[in-house]
Design a protein around this ligand. Structure first.
Ligand code: SF4
Length: 442
């Protein structure tokens, strides 16, 4: 039999990338060959449904295989991830080449299911289910394999799946299911495999990492400390945190363990208490501010980023002004901002007071302009300082230009030879923009 060939296309967040990498790892360990899209027998498309845009992109992507299917009866398509949880059934009935649909909770079943549709090309598999508590984890067939990942020196590792928080705008609890922690021994052994393969920086990943362990009698501060003690973990980060679960004991681990980086993403989502309540975020602006003060006191070199939504239903000019004030007062290093977009099936989608899209976008532009200025000023204050960076890649533009990150997660570009990749070096910052710093070895 000829070699089995597959290709993976990811339209989504880091969790989708991580899930896809695990499937790629297992298939390759079973003798599959990863190839260009045009050569593939099976294409796995996985994606995120948090924003409407990714969903539209996947719909149009699916339509593109029609020509090749009519000509060659190839490729077969496996649609997976949270996007499949939402649109899988429709896709299965609309496109004859969609042969497998599986949600994020069925990742452990995917390698076998992909092999099944390859062996029996007429079969159609629908692994979607409605039990939000069910989770099939994907373990590797051996611990002697190379885990596929985007970057040679940095790796993400999911520590928990799903979410129980039900923020009113968010689709995640419906498509990714209820919160399930991974067993610590699985996490530790995967990290050890990554370290053996040259990884120096680990990022613990989850929709809300701070809830880790609540379902298995453990807690996140414990996990963070344990991972920081694994030999070879030179740098350790985590995303994403939920303000109400970001506790003092986590701050203590950040302050006391040298390899836990001083970087934190703490999504505020809005500066107005009224909107936070409508969003079902269970903290007030004052409580959020208190957490920020505490963590900055104990971790002074902290790089702080946040997520913020503008244009939520019913957001007044006064509410919006509260978000702008939050930016002025807190001075985040970076804000991942978004204009509110309705997701069917969430409570916010049917709330009164929907704002015109133009107004949402206008507010988004205003907020981004303010934040760009703040980030620029913060970065200007770093000129003249020296940081240890992990050189993690070649910069997208420029001859001999390398890139790395400071412990606080700022991107630094500098001139250097490729043999520095994977090394920790000191770089003196000599200029700064809003999006990156420039430096020289020193
Ligand atoms: S915490 Fe809220 S925003 Fe984050 S994944 Fe859970 S429901 Fe969504």
């Amino acid at each position: 039999m000829s070699e089995k060939k597959f290709c993976v296309k990811v339209y989504g967040c880091q969790m989708n990338v991580y899930d896809a990498d695990r499937v790629r790892t297992v298939l390759c360990s079973r003798g599959w060959q990863e190839v260009e899209e045009s050569q593939a027998d099976i294409i796995m498309i996985t994606g995120c449904s948090v924003r409407a845009k990714a969903e539209q992109k996947v719909w149009s992507e699916l339509g593109l295989y029609d020509v090749s299917w009519k000509k060659n009866q190839r490729p077969l398509v496996a649609l997976t991830g949270c996007i499949a949880q939402r649109i899988g059934e429709k896709a299965l009935s609309r496109f004859p080449y969609v042969r497998l649909v599986a949600g994020p909770r069925h990742i452990g079943m995917l390698p076998n299911a992909i092999e099944q549709i390859y062996e029996h090309p007429k079969s159609r598999l629908n692994l979607l289910d409605t039990d939000p508590r069910e989770f099939h984890s994907l373990n590797f067939d051996s611990d002697n394999i190379t885990i596929k990942r985007e970057n040679k020196f940095k790796a993400y590792i999911t520590i928990a799946h799903g979410c129980d928080n039900f923020c009113t705008y968010c689709i995640v609890p419906y498509v990714r299911g209820r919160f399930v922690s991974r067993k610590p021994e699985e996490i530790f052994s995967e990290i050890e495999m990554l370290i053996k393969d040259g990884v120096k920086e680990i990022t613990l990943l989850g929709q809300n990492v701070n809830s880790y362990g609540k379902d298995i009698g453990l807690n996140f501060a414990w996990l963070l400390r344990e991972v920081s003690h694994i030999e070879g973990v030179k740098r350790l980060r985590f995303v994403t945190s939920l303000p109400q679960d970001f506790t003092d004991d986590i701050i203590d681990v950040m302050a006391s363990e040298k390899n836990v980086c001083p970087s934190l993403n703490l999504p505020i989502q809005n500066g107005s208490d009224r909107i936070l309540k409508l969003m079902n975020r269970k903290y007030s602006y004052a409580e959020y501010l208190e957490k920020v003060k505490k963590v900055r006191e104990k971790v002074p070199a902290l790089g702080l980023t946040t997520d913020l939504i503008v244009g939520f239903p019913g957001e007044t000019e006064e509410d919006f002004e509260a978000s702008l004030n939050a930016l002025r007062e807190i001075k985040f290093d970076l804000v991942h901002s978004a204009a509110y977009s309705e997701r069917d099936g969430t409570p916010a989608a049917t709330m009164p007071g929907a704002l015109p899209v133009e107004l949402r976008l206008k507010r988004l532009t205003e907020l981004n302009e303010l934040q760009d200025k703040i980030t620029y000023e913060i970065n200007q204050n770093l000129v003249g300082k020296t940081f240890e960076i992990l050189v993690d890649d070649i910069a997208p533009k420029g001859e001999n230009l390398l890139q790395g990150r400071t412990p606080s997660d700022k991107v630094v570009l500098f001139e250097g030879k490729k043999n520095l990749l994977g090394e920790f070096i000191n770089v003196k910052i000599n200029s700064a923009e809003a999006w990156c710093l420039h430096g020289v070895r020193g």
